[in-house]
Design a protein around this ligand. Structure first.
Ligand SMILES: *Cc1c(COP(=O)(O)O)cnc(C)c1O
Length: 216
C-alpha cells in the first residue's frame, strides 16, 4: 500500500519537486516500508518523536521538522535535523542559530509565512516578513541558512481559495528572492489534499502524509 502510494505520488510530481514523506504519528515499520522503496526524506511535527525516530532508523534519512517548534525543544533536534520548515519568529531563529553554533553546524531553515485565513496561528504575515528582512533581522545569524519559505493553504473545499493562497505564497517568495535573499531555492507548500495545486503554483517541495501512509 505505502509502496503503491509513493510510486503514484512520485509519478505525478514534475522533476525537481522534492517529496517529503510526513511520518508523524506513524510507526517506524511504516517509515521502513517507504525507506525500502527509496524514500529518504521524512518529516515530523514533534521534536521528541523526531529524535526517537532519528535514533532508531537508518542514518541516511534526511529528517525535516515541520511543526511549530518551541524554543526549549530546539536543542533536541539541532545535532541531526536537515531542514526546519517552521521558523515563525525571530526569537526561534535566534535560538536555532545559537544551538547550531554550539554544535558547530549551519542549519537550513525555511521561514513560515501565514496566508491561510483560519486554523494556523503560526507564521509571519507577508508584511511582517518583509519588514523583518528590511531591518536585516537575520543578518547576524550565521549558523542558520535561510533556504526559502513554507506555507499552508486554508483547510477548505474551495479550491479557488487554495489556489489564490498558493499564488500569494509564490509571489512573496519571488519578492523575497528578488529583494533580499537571492539564493533561496525552496518553496515548501502542498499537502495530501492540495499538493497538485501547490505544484501548479510553483511549489518546489511538497509535504505529504496521509496520502502515503493512510490516516493517522
Ligand atoms: C501533518 C502535516 C502535513 C501533512 O499532512 P497530510 O494532509 O497528512 O498530507 C504537511 N505539513 C504540515 C505542516 C503538517 O503538520
Amino acid at each position: 500500500m505505502i509502496e503503491e502510494n509513493l510510486a503514484q505520488i512520485r509519478h505525478s510530481l514534475p522533476d525537481g519537486v522534492v517529496l517529503v514523506a510526513v511520518s508523524k504519528f506513524q510507526p517506524e515499520s511504516a517509515i521502513e516500508c517507504a525507506y525500502r522503496v527509496g524514500q529518504r526524506v521524512f518529516a515530523e511535527s514533534r521534536p521528541q518523536e523526531l529524535a526517537v525516530k532519528y535514533r532508531e532508523l537508518p542514518k541516511d534519512i534526511e529528517w525535516h521538522m515541520i511543526g511549530h517548534l518551541q524554543t526549549n525543544k530546539v536543542r533536541m533536534i539541532i545535532p541531526f535535523v536537515s531542514l526546519i520548515h517552521s521558523v515563525d519568529s525571530l526569537r526561534l531563529a535566534e535560538v536555532i542559530n545559537q544551538e547550531a553554533e554550539r554544535c558547530g553546524r549551519v542549519v537550513d531553515v525555511l521561514l513560515e509565512v501565514l496566508v491561510a485565513s483560519e486554523q494556523s496561528k503560526f507564521g509571519w504575515t507577508p508584511d511582517e516578513l518583509l519588514k523583518a528582512l528590511d531591518l536585516r533581522a537575520f543578518e547576524q545569524l550565521s549558523a542558520i541558512r535561510i533556504r526559502g519559505l513554507m506555507g499552508m493553504a486554508t483547510f477548505t473545499d474551495d479550491m479557488s481559495r487554495v489556489s489564490s493562497e498558493f499564488d500569494q505564497l509564490h509571489s512573496i517568495f519571488g519578492r523575497v528572492k528578488a529583494e533580499f535573499l537571492p539564493d533561496i531555492d525552496i518553496l515548501s507548500m502542498g499537502m495530501s489534499d492540495d499538493y497538485q495545486i501547490a505544484v501548479d503554483h510553483g511549489s518546489t517541495m511538497v509535504r505529504v502524509g496521509s496520502s502515503i501512509f493512510g490516516s493517522r
